[in-house]
Design a protein around this ligand. Sequence first.
Ligand code: NAD
Ligand code: ZN
Length: 344
Amino acid sequence: MRAVQYRTIGGEPEVVEIPTPEPAPGQVRLRVTAAGLCHSDSFIMGLPAEQYVYGLPLTLGHEGAGVVDALGDGVTGVAVGDSVVVYGPWGCGLCHACARGAENYCPHAAGLGIAPPGLGAPGALAEYMIVDDVRHLVPLGDLDPVASVSLTDAGLTPYHAIVSSLGALTAGSTAVVIGAGGLGHVAIQILRAITGATVVALDISDEKLELASQVGAHHVLRSDPSAVEAIRSLTGGVGAEAVFDIVGAPPTLELARQVVAVNGVVQIVGIGGGVLPTGFFSTPFGASVRAPYWGTRTELMEVLDLARSGAIHVEVERYTLDETPAAYRRLHDGTVRGRAVIVP
Ligand code: NAD
Ligand code: ZN
């Protein structure tokens, strides 16, 4: 089968021919119907050798959708032909966190050598992929796989961050979204769908600000130091009850620190390498700072239901497997509108 692999540190992802995998007992093989490209892929492909822990060669793709194609011995609960998406943050399946569906916070996964597909295990950027357990499949029903695949990360990750901030996002509150890219443009729609907050979106690109407006942001602002004053003024001096920093770089975290309200929350979703000093004199009274990771399996079901209801959608740029390296270049350059999705 054909697959897109990261093969050499610092190199470009390559389209290669590799053996089609067979499902071992308990596993499921999917014929991939769609796979999304995430900025986290760019991040890991930018790591130096001493920090790169995902194995080589790595078949990329941690947003996956497919049709059940073959069942390993003992698998029940799904049938060949079922259309599914893959819940990506695989855990041990046995601990307290996993039992709650929060495999994204399984404390044992790393120690057991369990890694998400595309971030250690072979991922979705291939004609076929192996899913380790049927519990990591969520039925798509009649949702379109190409339109829905990125809900597994670009939808799920902001949903998880927003749901954990719901207490702050009452009617009359303000939510700031920094970065209106793949995750950010879905974050704006989720905030509109499930909270009463006024949504202020920030980006450095005019095209992304236009997209942010189109998907429901009440206000859009250039992401620079002048945004602090603008947000203060929009909120009558109070600041934002919740800030979702989907960039996470030093300047955006500094901005988040300066605009978060008393008792507010900063959710650091982006992995841009910034640090936010938290302390009595550096963040407002009562403010909390959190760095959430991905989301829970039940939250993924809720995100799919939001899409089913028409409340949220992903803006998709569609590419073939052969076009994947070029699509990754666009993602790296910040020119993808919404999410790049590969259809093998
Ligand atoms: P993306 O490239 O699609 O979007 C990033 C957006 O940020 C772009 O619109 C870009 O113009 C904008 N941007 C860049 N610098 C900015 C700045 N200084 N101020 C405001 N906007 C700026 O990326 P994505 O796939 O949406 O991922 C966003 C971030 O979230 C990445 O860091 C990614 O690694 C991370 N991520 C984290 C998790 C998690 O579990 N916490 C999950 C998925 C992705
Ligand atoms: Zn991701």
